[in-house]
Design a protein around this ligand. Sequence first.
Ligand code: CP
Ligand code: NVA
Length: 339
Amino acid sequence: INTAKPKHFITTADYTAEQLFDLVDRSIQFKVESKYNYPKARTERPLDGKTVGLLFSKRSTRTRVATETAVGYLGGNAMFLGGQDIQLGVNESLLDTTRVVSSMVDGIMARVGGHHEIETLAKESAVPVVNALSDKYHPTQILADLMTLHEFYHNKKNNVPAGVYSAHTQHPRETLKGLKVAWVGDANNILQEILVAFPKCGISVSAACPPGYTCDQDVIDIAQADAKKTGATVFFTTSPEEAIKDCDVIVTDTWVSMGQEEEKKKRLAEFAGYQVTNDLAARGGAKSDWIFMHCLPRKPEEVDDEVFYSERSVVFPEAENRKWTILAVFDALLVRGGI
Ligand code: CP
Ligand code: NVA
């Protein structure tokens, strides 16, 4: 019997830049193997006979489809356990649910409300737990963002047309270092995961959030300590124009996250002036070849159609990359024994 504590993926803050680069590298290998049969089509099914439980207390399109298809690709079975289907939250506690479910499955992908819930899951689970989003962090999203940035800048530097595969001759460590990412929006789980992941990869982050919307102090401390080591910068402002100055990438997300629906009216008023548009980018002085990222789902108030559906927008490759990065995470945790 294996009594070792299972390894989890709760936030990228728990891993080094090199470990994240390795995951990006393996994600690309999975993508190329699956889409181009290169270097050969996969025949191994390492998760044959194994099951991953998806404990989701909130809606999901990308994370759910990515996880179910990724587990299937490795030969395993994905079991979706939505809030409407199981006893959790109605007749049973998270503690009891975790002990029961983890006694029968080989891995858990969990989308929760408060971050303490994913911490309880990780502490009590007998099997690896992956955070599919909490109110504090969204690690698999930001891993996909690193992959998307790496692919985009790799292809740009090597003159490969967008969407065309080229053998990756440069390591993410080289393609990502020195980029400047501007965030315009809420101080939410996506920004917080960016802050604990990007500076340690050498990517500078400047974030504009409206007055009163601030990140957790522990997240800011991690970002600043990481930035100090790599030479990246971390900067907070309430001015979208100031955040955007000289940036390579503009990122945003919804102004009303899941669970905040009753604050919608107040938030829409307080985020006035934060919509990402070409005009905002020009006024703020973004680099002329800036690109746009968004984790999706997207509402028009945070970014207009002109930007969202433009050539600058990498939102759909970014969404697809959720699959390849989640594949790499489950392969690491369930097949290779750790990240
Ligand atoms: N980006 C993201 O997590 O999307 P879903 O909520 O659809 O999974
Ligand atoms: N900030 C959003 C992200 C959705 C993927 C939310 O938590 O609802």
